[in-house]
Write a protein that binds this ligand. Structure first.
Ligand code: APR
Length: 234
């Protein structure tokens, strides 16, 4: 099957990659729903929802401080680097990611649509003015209007950034090949995107998730390993 997927990619004029938290676990960042995932020990509604931002800012800020500090010294892994190299070689046209760690960009990928925003950049919750990460980590308030600061992450209950969504949807609808890597496909609306694909649909994941149906090929394993094996055929 590996060789077949590689041949699809070689013939493809447009390949799009959709990634999730499983793409970053080999870099040392936990995913959300696996045995060691964030949501196994924390209720996402209490720390990653609009309500948590308004009703319990201290807990909200503590959670994102933890996640931002967990990114320190984190490097992209071989899988991120292969995807960046494929972009340079013209094998990949867009990476649409649910991840908020910017590891694709750190690995050199230029064309990345951040469907759930990121936790690397910060803004004021009221006037939306940008602030530094240090401001947020030091529990500072907005220097313009003294309101709370927050990461530019999409919280549960918020809509996705329109530009990133449109880029991802348009690219996936017109792609010859769509690689879906490291996601349980449990979260709406991103879990609808694979169904919009008209081309070949490939699932690369450690676990065979219940939501992952309708794929033309399933390559079970870690993102780093599978992408390394695929790269050998390209
Ligand atoms: N290689 C491949 N797959 C992996 C790896 C790996 N190294 N490690 C974990 N996985 C798989 C897991 O088996 C699981 O199916 O990645 C998937 C991760 O699923 P989730 O934890 O549900 O993460 P994701 O699908 O990205 O979650 C979507 O939910 O909590 C929100 O906003 C958050 O963007 C996130 C969204």
């Amino acid at each position: 099957m590996m060789e077949t997927v590689a041949s699809w990619m070689k013939e493809s004029t447009s390949t799009v990659v959709l990634t999730g938290a499983g793409m970053s676990t080999e870099s040392g960042i936990p995913d959300f729903r696996s045995k060691s995932g964030w949501w196994k020990s924390i209720d996402p509604r209490t720390v990653a929802s609009v309500e948590s931002l308004t009703d319990d800012y201290a807990l909200f800020r503590e959670f994102y401080q933890l996640r931002i500090e967990a990114l320190h010294d984190i490097e992209p892994h071989v899988g991120h680097r292969i995807l960046a190299r494929w972009e340079q070689k013209g094998y990949v046209q867009l990476i649409a990611t649910q991840n908020v760690d910017q590891l694709h960009q750190l690995a050199g990928s230029k064309n990345v649509a951040e469907l759930h925003g990121n936790i690397v950049t910060i803004r004021c919750t009221s006037c939306n003015k940008p602030h530094s990460k240090e401001h947020f980590l030091n529990n500072a308030v907005c220097t313009y209007c003294t309101n709370h600061l927050r990461p530019n992450v999409v919280l549960f209950g918020e809509t996705l950034p329109q530009d990133a969504w449109n880029r991802a949807l348009n690219a996936i609808q017109h792609a010859d090949v769509v690689l879906v890597i490291g996601t349980s496909l449990e979260v709406y609306p991103v879990n609808q995107l694979p169904m919009m694909a008209r081309g070949k649909l490939v699932y690369i994941n450690l676990e065979l998730e219940t939501h992952a149906t309708g794929f033309d090929a399933v390559l079970q394993g870690s993102a780093g390993e599978i992408l390394t094996q695929l790269d050998a055929y390209l």
